[in-house]
Structures are given as C-alpha cells and as structure tokens.
Ligand binder design. Structure first.
Ligand SMILES: Nc1ncnc2c1ncn2[C@@H]1O[C@H](COP(=O)(O)OP(=O)(O)OP(=O)(O)O)[C@@H](O)[C@H]1O
Length: 611
C-alpha cells in the first residue's frame, strides 16, 4: 500500500488530529488576533455552529426540516434583553441558562402543535412559527419595546478583553451542545430518531414511542441554541425583532447543516465556519441584502446537486470506497443455515399448549375501512387462536394487507373492534400495540436502509421507559439477543452491512429477526414467501414452525397455496373486504365458494391429480 493511501485509510486518527488542531486554534484565537472584524466573524460562526448543531438533532437525526430554528436564537436574545432591563442589578450572565429554559418551553409548545405533521407541512409550520414570534416581538411593546428594540447593558469588564467572555462562553456552550449530540447518537434515543427519519410508520410498528422521542429531540435541539442566542444578544448590546427573527438566520443554519453533513457530529460546525465567513463577505463586499439571498440560494442548489449528503459524509464515503476497493463484499454470500431458537427461550413468551381449546389471541370484529369511494375492508371478522399458524388468503385487492394495517394501526379503522390478548386495542397507537406483543412484517420489506443489519434488529423497543432511552443503543443483553436472532435467521454474517445493500430475500430474514426482537405474542407476516427462492421459502416455513413450537402465534397473508395449505390451520378467506370462509386447509380446498372466488378450477384439478 502506498503512503498516501495508507494515510487515507486511517481516517480516525486523522479526524481526531484535525479536531484537536481546530480546538487549540479556536481556544487560542483571541490571543492570536485582536482584529475586531475577524473576532466578530468567529463569534458569529460559533453562534451558527451551535444553532446548526441543535438543528442537527431534529433535522439530521429525526428528519424533520425546520426553518424556524433561528427563532430560538432570537428568543434567547430577547430573554436576556427583557430580563436584563427588568433586573438591572443582576449580572446579565445569570439569564443565559434562563434563555435555554425559555427556548425549551417554547419548543414543547411548538412541538405539540407541529409534530403531528411531517415533510413540507412541517417546514411551513416552522416558518409560520418564526414569523409569529417576530410579530409578537414587534407588537408586545410593553415587553420588547417593539421595533425600537432593546438595549442591553454594556459589558463591565476591561476593554482590552472586550470579546473574550462572549467568545469563551460560546465555546463552552458549543462543547455542551456537541457532547449532547454525541451522547444522543450513541443511545437508544438516537437510534429511535434515526428510525423515525428513515421510516416513521415502520418505527412505530417496532415499538418506538414517537411522540416522546420527537418531543425530546425538539427540546434538545433548542436548549443550547437559546443559551447561545442570549450570549449573542449580550454581545450585540442591541436587539430588535427584524434582526433577531429574520428568516435568513434560519436559512443560514439549514445551509450550514447541509453543507457540513447532516447527522454527523462535526458537520454542522464545519458548515457554520464555512458559511458565516461567506455571509460576511456578501454583506461587506457585495452590499448584503439580495447578494446574501443569491449566495444562499446558489449554494443550496450546488449542495443539493454536488454534495447531497454534505462534506463530511462525502469524505467518509470516499474513504470507505478506498478501504473496500478490491475486497470482496458479502454480496452473493450464502445465507447461514440458521441457529436454533432454543437459545433464546429466556426471552420468549412460551405458551402452555396443553389446554384442549386454545383461547382467541386476536379477535377482529366488523372491521371497516374505505379509501374514497372504495370499501377496501367491509365488515371483516375472524379469530386467531393462540398457538396457531393462522392463514389469511384471498384474491388480489381483497383487503388482506389493509386488514394488517388496521390491526397494527398503520392506518386507522373507520369502524370495528380489535381485541388482542383479551384487551381492546382499537384506540392504541402502533407502538403501544407492539409493546402489547403484536409484531408485523411488510409485504415490501421496510428496513431502515441507512442502519446496519444489527442496528435494524436492535432498534426494536419492546417496552418504553425514559431510562431505557439513555442506554447505549448497541450494547449488552440487547445486542447479544439481536445477534442470536440474526444467527437464527441465518443473517449473522451480514450484521455490519447497511440494510439497503441486502437482497430482497435477505431483507425479509432481517425483518423477521427485527420483529422477533419485540418478543411478540402474535406475528403478522405479509407474504413471507413472496419474491424469494424455493430454498428460502422452505427455510422460512421451517423457521415459522420452530417459532410456533415455542409458542409464537402467527397470522400469515400469502398467495403461495402449497405453502399456506402445508403450514396454516385455520385459514380465513377474504373476499371484497369480508371473511367469506374459515376452516381447516381441507375444508378450504374443497369449499366451492372459495374455489369459485379465489382458488379457481385449475387448482381443484391439480389437487385431484396430486391425490
Ligand atoms: N392507501 C390506499 N389508498 C387507496 N386505496 C388503497 C390503499 N390501500 C389499499 N387500497 C385499495 O384497497 C384495496 C385492498 O388492498 P389491499 O392491499 O389490502 O389488498 P390485498 O388483498 O392485500 O392485495 P394483494 O394480495 O394484491 O396484496 C385495493 O383495491 C387497493 O387498491
């Protein structure tokens, strides 16, 4: 290996060295120059680094793009401005933590209002929020002095070190912000947020408590930003609504995050230190105003086209390509023969199978769902007895997947009852249904593509507690159990692969392991044999049987008739959204109505030949 290549394959220590050098330079900066222009530029860069880093939690991790992040800088500035004017004898520094609390409190309110929406509507709500706060600051004259603005007390310390306290206070806040980001990324909370970003609906079905995790993320993304806003306001010594709540601050924060790299620790800091100097150049040399708009707009277009993931992720994938160049990957590698589920029995809910008549584990009564004029599910009723492998079959479009979606609340039913394990669950959100013991795979697999296989399995949360959110995501008993489940489905060798790199069949196996991580009582499998090779179909059947022998109950939607008839008993047949027949495989195969509506005469002939 040549020398330059070996340097490139050692990214960890090079990265650490760069961070160490940058930290020393930042700490020593006020000692190196007393040039006011440069000091101002670095102070502003620090404010934007904190703002972008905070934004990283809600946007980079959780996938919620906010254009209202600048409002929290403004709220911080106004908190210190208002309080310093009211309590003149108190040092303004006292109000810096208070600004963090105000930002957090406003984030909770905004979160309650906006976190039910996603995508463009969420962005619009955050912009509206920014303008609303600005309007309040303009019109609540008794508190904010309106458009005339507020003047803060001048710093009381020596003129020679005039900027130093602001500077080091911002560095301390940035350090805290980065520490929090680093911690969140390593914990179950961070993994939950990334799952939400990748596929929120799916995240809920594997037990991730969406409202709580999103709210924590929203608050975490604003506390230190509010504090930075307070230091910024004190530094400016004058604040007004247009300066503190301008949309361009928020645009600059988003741009910093995108340029540096979303969901990375250092990306937002790098982005802020690149964008803010450009902003100053546009302000000073090109007359500000429109020049800044052109600059930010142009940069945004360039980033989206050439660096869609940002600078740091682009460097990382370049290094990754160099590291793996010429090495054979796992693509095409054989799936393992699979381990035994027996080693996991301490985690499983084992059913007493000695009782003669199994109790109903799931009862669906009169379920209805319409899409516009189409009645997709029309009074569907059936029972899944505990300990069985129950089949749900029917023609294409008869409503099977919709029934699954209604059972796990991926979509909400118009009417009907769902009783699971003796409890009515119609009103429970998906993640609570998962905690009750309902697991589900999807017809088209829905893994979190940017996570590794192991992370995908560990991401499932079978219960909720605040202390659990703080645990390291991939560690301890959970990670061990996830590895054992991957061994069981034959995918342990793939544990460090990104899920998006897997074949469809491999994804099906990982999704099964992910659902098993919930230790579910009932597993809904949507076409487990669809689109996979015959050997894997056979293996899938074996796994279902083995899991069933340990007490797992199944409800399976499948078109592969030999697979269903061999595995399932009882079988329910759906037609036009209603249950048209239920019975043993023998009864179903000979039911003239089922043959007429679904199996067809060819099936009957084939059965007769086979017999
Ligand atoms: N989100 C939706 N919006 C509108 N129509 C939908 C939606 N989801 C399902 N449908 C319609 O509801 C009907 C039932 O669909 P569903 O996917 O439940 O059938 P299925 O029995 O699972 O079909 P297949 O065997 O082909 O998977 C279909 O006509 C489908 O087009």
């Amino acid at each position: 290996m040549n020398k330059s290549l070996s340097l490139l394959t050692q990214p960890l220590w090079i990265g650490r060295l760069l961070v160490a050098v940058a930290t020393v330079l930042l700490l020593a900066f006020p000692l190196l120059t007393d040039d006011a222009f440069h000091q101002n530029m670095v102070i502003l860069s620090l404010v934007f680094a904190i703002g972008a880093s905070g934004l990283n939690i809600i946007t980079g991790f959780a996938g919620y793009v906010s254009l209202g992040q600048g409002a929290f800088i403004g709220l911080g500035g106004y908190t210190i401005g208002v309080l310093a004017a009211r309590f003149e004898s108190v040092s303004p520094w006292v109000w810096v933590p208070a600004a963090g609390l105000v930002a957090a409190a406003v984030a909770v309110v905004l979160g309650l209002v906006s976190l039910r929406s996603r995508g463009p509507s969420f962005v619009i709500i955050t912009v509206a929020f920014l303008f609303l706060v600005q309007v309040i600051a303009i019109n609540w004259v008794s508190l904010t002095n309106g458009t005339a603005g507020l003047t803060l007390p001048l710093p009381s310390w020596d003129r020679d070190i005039i900027n130093w306290p602001f500077y080091y206070a911002l560095i301390a806040i940035l350090a805290l912000q980065l520490l929090m980001t680093w911690w969140i990324r390593r914990t179950k909370l961070g993994m939950g947020l990334i799952a939400i970003r990748e596929d929120e609906t799916k995240a809920a079905t594997i037990g991730i408590n969406l409202p709580v995790e999103k709210m924590i993320a929203f608050v975490a993304s604003t506390v230190f930003v509010g504090m930075a806003g307070a230091v910024y306001g004190y530094y400016l010594t004058f604040i007004d609504p247009r300066g503190m709540f301008g949309i361009l601050i928020s645009v600059q924060l988003v741009l910093s995050l995108l340029v540096g790299g979303k969901a990375t620790l250092w990306g937002p800091v790098l982005g802020a230190f690149l964008i803010e100097p450009l902003n100053e150049i546009a302000n000073n040399d090109f007359g500000g105003g429109n020049a800044r708009l052109y600059l930010f707009g142009g940069l945004l277009v360039l980033v989206v086209i050439f660096l869609p993931k940002g600078i740091l992720p682009a460097i990382e994938s370049l290094l990754q390509r160099r590291r793996t160049a010429g090495k054979a990957g796992l693509v095409g590698a054989r799936i393992g023969t699979g381990g035994s589920f027996a080693s996991l029995t301490d985690r499983v809910h084992v059913v007493d199978r000695t009782t003669a008549e199994p109790r109903p584990l799931l009862e669906v009564r009169g379920l209805r769902k319409h899409f516009g004029g189409l009645q997709a599910v029309d009074g569907c009723s059936f029972v899944v007895p505990e300990g069985t492998i129950t089949g749900l079959i029917g023609p294409n479009g008869s409503g099977k997947t919709t029934v699954f979606n209604l059972i796990d609340n991926t979509i909400t039913a118009d009417a009907g009852e769902i009783v699971f394990d003796g409890e009515h669950i119609e009103k429970l959100p998906s993640w609570q249904r998962a905690h009750r013991g309902l697991g589900r795979t999807f017809q088209i697999t829905r893994l979190f593509g940017e996570m590794t296989v192991l992370e995908n399995v560990v991401a499932a949360q079978r219960s909720f507690s605040f202390s659990q959110l703080g645990r390291i995501a991939v560690s301890g008993k959970e990670a061990k159990a996830a590895e054992e489940l991957l061994e069981f489905v034959g995918m342990r060798a793939f544990r460090d692969q990104k899920a998006h790199a897997l074949s469809y069949g491999q994804q099906k196996l990982v999704e099964l392991a992910q659902v098993l991580m919930l230790d579910p009582k009932l597993i809904l499998l949507d076409e487990p044999a669809g689109g996979i090779n015959p050997v894997l179909i056979e293996r899938m059947g074996e796994m279902i049987r083995e899991l069933n022998s340990y007490g797992k109950t199944f409800l399976i939607v499948e078109h592969n008739m030999p697979f269903v008839l061999d595995l399932c008993d009882p079988i329910h047949v759906l037609s036009r959204g209603a249950t048209m027949a239920s019975g043993t495989p023998a009864q179903i195969q000979t039911d003239p109505a089922v043959i007429d509506a679904y199996l067809g005469d060819d099936f009957k002939l084939a059965q007769e030949v086979a017999n």
